[in-house]
Design a binder for this molecule. Sequence first.
Ligand code: ZN
Length: 484
Amino acid sequence: MWMAPKFEDKMLMKRYLRIAFILIIGSICLGIVIINFLPNIWFQRHLNKNWNVSEAESPGEPSSSQADRLCLIFALDGVSYDVMEELHTEGYFQGFYAPGRLVSTFPSLTRPAFSRMLIGGKPFGYERLYFDFEENRLKGFNLVKKLFLSETEPLDYHPKLHFLGFPGYIAYVFPDKFTRTAIGSFKKRVIAFKGTEFIAYMGISDAIAHIEGRQAQKAFLKKISSMLDETRNELGRLLDVVVFSDHGSNYVRNQRVDLAPVLVEGGFRDVTKLESPRDFVLPRNGFVSVAALYTHQKNASTIATLLADIEGVDFSVYLSGQSIMVNGSAGVARINRRGKRYQYTSIDGDPLKLAEINKRLMQMDQSGEQGFILADAWWQATKHHTYPDPLHRIWEGLHDLVQHPATLLVSFKDGYAFGPAMFDQPIISSRKGTHGALLDTHSNGFLMCDFMPVKRYNLPETIARLLAGAAEAKQKGLKIELLN
Ligand SMILES: [Zn+2]
């Protein structure tokens, strides 16, 4: 039988409820504090750790001819040409000449692109995780090393930087948390800098593009535009600025595609170490529109044929003797290279949509080189193509771009991407942009200067030339004039 609680019980219950209420509110407040402040405190420390060359190497007392100007070379990760062009037209980045496209490497990923642009070197792999055939193991991510050592790759572009505004993977969870810290810290360091050439990198723009999309990235870039104006006003000497990005973004929601099940069904084994002839290794890094697959060379053709039928796969490329084969839903073609010339031959269909251009270039070519067209003619004819400069970029991607090239590179169609299964979770899969593929939207970064106009289309090597020239100009105390 139910009995009414006694007076003391009621009091006790009320007290417990009050304590529970205070605990819940307290936990919510603590959560807010942790989410808002801890990442920034951590990021401040991270920034300081990567503040590497500036103080140690910058000349204390520049000569009088150099002291009156500073050249700022500023790399912004993952900003598309279209976004920067729109901002420039709207009146942001005042004082800059119109931006040009900076066509990325293939894959259009940060490591190879910035390595090519900033140091002309090769990173170990396309992304952090890569496969080493000699040691027969996956390499590139070691949690113990990551937490306790601050190792850099021998050809990493990071040591060249005076500012590294990249708060690591945590930026891809809380991209907005770091904006103010990064921008404030950046301005302070440029103003305090005593040398004549300041090289900076900011990765937050890419995190924002991936997680929050185009509008959020535009809002971030407006803050960068104001920060550059303020820096110019407060610097106390003249400022020359070059801003550029490593690749674009498609700024659309992307569906995750898994390649492994189809290959497993086809009789292959998804492994981390190649033991049997039908093994393959498929590193899952971030959520990007390209995949690097490592296997025995003789499997490449069969695997490419299996992958071509998967929804979302555009095509795969792999070495076959002295050639590269392209195999995708739109057919099969072969790429050959002879010196500085490339030849594109359709086997079945036209996977790179080059048939018309190829025909025209062959008609124009008077060299008698049997369809081998100069790389520069390909560049001129395809820099505005759906696949910009495809032959040279694919060739580099499988030969010279990284120290451990993949057996197959798989490029995805727009709206599809590859990555770990965790990207199927609703909270993570609300991603609003990616890059990596050969497509123009993924590949077209931007290049912009405030001291001279840039070309409408530029190659990654332009930045390396520009940096070499900037150093030379700095020595001579000259205004930089490099691009044409
Ligand atoms: Zn990037």
